[in-house]
Write a protein that binds this ligand. Structure first.
Ligand code: CLF
Ligand code: SF4
Length: 462
């Protein structure tokens, strides 16, 4: 094992980063901004109810922030914690599965607080495509979770990934993920960025293999290797938790760390903090900075293209809360102009994360020349009961079709062939390419698709 404590490559930013420098963690604070809810892979140690366990421990849930709220939170924390040197984005999903939100936050925080160092943590699936942007935005430190180099072992850790608009399972999916992690690491190092690799030690799955990972990471020029213990328990509701996968003991963790032969320095002071952690490592002051305690900007307004295709107009997307979602917003939210209704299936009201057949409710949005607004929640008359093929309960499917009969499209995570066909026959377009995405982002992209197809009558718009 290489000596772990305070690695330095002469980059002064290391000395003030509490994770990248062991010496710095007693002196400087970091904060995480929970702006990235979606994820594009499934790890067997993760339950999406909680934060991304690649960079945090399960069992805690973050308060999601819009980019502007995130900037306001940095200001509030900076005022009370002058030792704040690092702002990181580590979830609660994967920051690069939410690239627009993540990069907007990096840009805004970078501009407003030029003395703050920006830090990102990712599973690496889309990293190669984003390296240039990360560099251009002045992100100083990046963490990639690399649990294995071997797609077979990967298939025991990652049951599926979502790429190229489809879910890719087993070894094939794991191979693509691992290739992108490796490509991404190399590209970041080539750009001169400081890269930390996190590896989750999973007894019986990747324990001995982590020695190979350590050597490879070292050979590639990563700055730091953080071998973290799996945290798994049945109450977390993860695959590993439910299957009884055990955690490593302290001795096992120490033994693996000691057996590593790579020259890369090892991190031993990680606190597996949560995706909204605030303060020095090991302390969490997030409770002092919840949204109800800080001065927030006025509600988020998204810049979306108008349906005229000629100008950019602000479009407000109201995200349904549990209260608003239960109310029928019967009154029109736009006064005039053509409109199209777009339905969404979502378990959490934030991301498109529900199978059409499992939806008990549809969230319906109204798109018009003046923007996109949340309209109402509708009863889906759930028709898929899990013990049957989707579509067998035709009368229930008909109820769902009735509920959507004025909608142009339904954006869902997945959908069976039969209901897909029935929806199309009813003139309702099923769309699953936005699976896992934040509703706002998906609506924006869908509307842009509409514009690109020039499917809205420009003369009527507005
Ligand atoms: Fe956060 Fe991670 Fe940046 Fe640190 S945490 S994004 S590198 S600022 Fe640090 Fe926390 Fe361990 Fe992460 S102690 S979980 S290593
Ligand atoms: Fe969960 Fe993070 Fe893995 Fe995504 S990358 S499945 S959020 S642990």
């Amino acid at each position: 094992m290489s000596a772990s404590c305070t690695p330095s490559n002469g980059d002064p930013s290391v000395n003030t980063h509490p994770c990248f420098s062991k010496d710095a963690h007693h002196k400087y604070a970091r904060m995480h901004l929970a702006v990235a809810p979606a994820c594009n892979i499934q790890c067997n140690y993760c339950n999406r109810k909680y934060d991304c366990t690649n960079e945090s421990r399960p069992g805690v849930v973050s308060e999601l922030l819009t980019p502007d709220e995130a900037v306001a939170k940095v200001a509030a924390v900076k005022e009370k914690i002058p030792q704040l040197t690092v702002v990181g984005i580590a979830g609660p999903g994967d920051p690069l599965a939410n690239p627009e939100r993540t990069f907007e936050v990096c840009e805004k925080v970078g501009k407003a607080f030029p003395d703050i160092q920006l830090c990102l943590s990712t599973n690496g699936l889309t990293l190669p495509a984003h390296v240039d942007r990360i560099k251009a935005l002045g992100v100083h430190h990046v963490t990639i979770t690399i649990n294995t180099l071997d797609p077979t072992i990967g298939s025991y850790i990652y049951p599926w990934i979502y790429a190229k608009n489809r879910r890719i399972r087993g070894e094939k999916g794991a191979r693509l993920l691992l290739e992108n992690q490796q490509k991404g690491l190399k590209a970041l190092v080539e750009q001169g960025m400081l890269v930390k690799v996190n590896s989750v030690l999973i007894p019986g799955v990747n324990d001995q293999h982590l020695l190979e990972v350590n050597q490879w990471v070292s050979d590639q020029g990563a700055f730091l290797h953080n071998i973290m213990p799996l945290i798994s328990a049945p109450e977390h509701g993860t695959y590993y938790g439910l299957m009884g996968q055990r955690n490593p003991s302290d001795e096992e963790l120490e033994q693996i760390r000691m057996a590593c032969t790579g020259d890369v320095e090892q991190m031993t002071h990680c606190r597996q903090c949560r995706a909204d952690a605030v303060g020095m490592l090991g302390e969490d002051r997030n409770a002092e900075f919840t949204k109800d305690q800080i001065e927030l900007p006025s509600p988020a307004v998204l810049e979306l293209p108008s349906f005229t295709g000629r100008s950019i107009i602000p479009i407000s997307v109201e995200r349904p809360t549990s209260e608003s979602a239960s109310v029928n917003h019967g009154a029109p939210m736009v006064e005039s102009g053509p409109e199209r209704l777009i339905a969404i299936t979502s378990e959490d009201g934030v991301t498109i994360n529900q199978h059409f057949g499992h939806a008990k409710r549809f969230l319906v949005y109204r798109a018009s020349a003046t923007g996109v607004t949340f309209l109402e929640e509708r009863d889906a008359s759930r028709y898929c009961h899990g013990d049957q093929q989707c579509g067998e309960k035709e009368s229930a499917l008909e109820l769902a079709l009735n509920s959507l009969n004025d909608c142009e499209a339904i954006l869902c995570e997945r959908i069976g062939f039969m209901p897909w066909q029935s929806l199309e026959e009813a003139g309702i377009q099923p769309v699953n390419k936005f699976a896992g995405e934040v509703i706002e982002d998906a609506l924006k992209a869908y509307c842009q698709d509409l514009l690109a197809k020039s499917s809205i009558n420009v003369a009527q718009a507005g």
